[in-house]
Write a protein that binds this ligand. Structure first.
Ligand SMILES: Cc1cc2nc3c(=O)[nH]c(=O)nc-3n(C[C@H](O)[C@H](O)[C@H](O)COP(=O)(O)OP(=O)(O)OC[C@H]3O[C@@H](n4cnc5c(N)ncnc54)[C@H](O)[C@@H]3O)c2cc1C
Length: 374
């Protein structure tokens, strides 16, 4: 059973295809919601004066009900991570698929109303009505649907890779627009706002939580060297900062592109080497130069006069985030890293060595193998 579970749940080498468990879970949710929507008859009242289309109302409310989960799954600090211990980056896949499900049901809702409000004529009768009277509910509904569809189109991998900052800022702005139109469209009909206020709550709560926590962890950063496309950043943080092996933080450099924050794995946390009088600890990050902030950092180091490859600057930390790994309970551990991926694997190796040295009761590891492709 353990082997079957691992085969189904673990990552596999096809990056664009989710794991089997994820596919099964998402398919089950989509299928049951579709069955719920279409198994109940009638889809439309005999006459529109008897009330709105039950199919349209049901699918609209289903889309509405997904929203608190959709937003919670998107946030770094979120209640689902607190409850399950699953970190935000592993929940992203569910956020992306739930967004598609929410949009699918929003479209079914809109088409059902388009057909219902056009009766007894053809579907474009409703468009004619909209053009003539421009009712508030149609205007705001169409605007919310456009914003929602745009959010999905502008969040594809291609867009994220082409310009992450555009994706990020556009995502926030489009979400604000979507929520504004959506609040106006639903107008608390069928108590729909009971699902919308939690959306606002988790978003505001997460943002405030991040700000407060970041305020606690302002450190001094030292960027060392910019050779062969790699940078090394040492960050001195208050001693109370705690992270586990394999976790990451979001780094913000207020003096260099201060509006951005980027995730980097803590390659080393020199906790054991400090004695109890020391008030700070040193975190090490190994960073591969890309084309944005990382290049700006590398250029700033290279431009230091006299060839001195050292740059001191303030850093704000948001984190730590990321799941923890209990590798010590396995007989054999194989660690595989490519390039800067060593920053994830190195702390796991150090953690194993530390546990072995301490003769921890939960240490069963007989063999550790590291493969590092440069
Ligand atoms: C959990 C996690 C841990 C990481 N740990 C490390 C590490 O230890 N060392 C390392 O070298 N890299 C690490 N990365 C990758 C690193 O975050 C990106 O390479 C870095 O943000 C690129 O910044 P840039 O502005 O120079 O990128 P760009 O040249 O603008 O983009 C390069 C790539 O990075 C992605 N990217 C850009 N900004 C972000 C962002 N804020 N969040 C997520 N992805 C982004 C883009 O989609 C693109 O694919 C990690 C990423 C994640 C998600």
């Amino acid at each position: 059973m353990v082997c079957t579970w691992r085969r189904m749940a673990y990552y596999h080498p096809y990056p664009s295809v989710p794991s089997v468990t994820t596919v099964l879970l998402i398919s089950a949710v989509t299928l049951s919601l579709l069955i719920w929507s279409f198994s109940i008859r009638p889809y439309y009242r005999k006459d529109a004066t008897w009330g709105s289309t039950p199919l349209g109302l049901r699918t609209g409310m289903i889309s509405n009900g997904t929203l608190p989960f959709l937003y919670a799954l998107a946030l770094k600090m979120n209640p689902i991570s607190w409850l399950t211990g699953i970190s935000h980056e592993r929940l992203q896949i569910y956020h992306q698929w739930l967004a598609r499900i929410a949009l699918l049901f929003a479209w079914i809702h809109s088409i059902a109303f388009l057909i219902d409000d056009s009766r007894p004529g053809p579907p474009w009768e409703m468009l004619k009505k909209w053009w003539t009277y421009s009712p508030w509910c149609y205007d705001t509904g169409v605007a919310a649907l456009i914003a929602m569809s745009w959010l999905l189109l502008s969040s594809t991998r291609v867009v994220r890779d082409a310009g992450y900052q555009f994706f990020y800022l556009n995502h926030i702005a489009s979400n604000c627009l979507f929520l504004g139109f959506y609040f106006a469209h639903t107008d608390d009909m069928m108590h729909s706002w009971r699902w919308l206020w939690p959306v606002v709550g988790v978003w505001v709560g997460s943002t405030l939580g991040k700000w407060v926590r970041s305020g606690l962890f302002v450190g001094r950063g030292r960027v060392v060297g910019a050779q062969r496309g790699y940078l090394r950043i040492e960050v001195e943080v208050p001693r109370r900062f705690r992270a586990k092996a394999g976790q990451h933080v979001f780094l913000r450099f207020p003096t260099l592109r201060g509006w951005q924050s980027h995730p980097f794995t803590i390659a080393s946390d020199r906790q054991e080497e400090q004695d109890s009088d020391i008030t700070h600890r040193n975190l090490l990050f190994l960073i591969r130069e890309a084309k944005g902030l990382t290049r700006t950092l590398a250029n700033a180091v290279r431009s230091k006069p006299g060839g001195e490859q050292i740059l001191d600057l303030p850093v704000i930390l948001d984190g730590p985030y990321g799941s923890t790994w209990k590798l010590a309970s396995y007989d054999a551990v194989l660690l595989i890293a490519g390039g800067a991926g060593i920053s994830f694997v190195l702390p796991l190796l150090q953690d194993l060595a530390r546990k072995r040295g301490r003769h921890d009761a939960d240490f069963f590891c007989q063999r550790v193998q590291l493969v590092w492709a440069m």
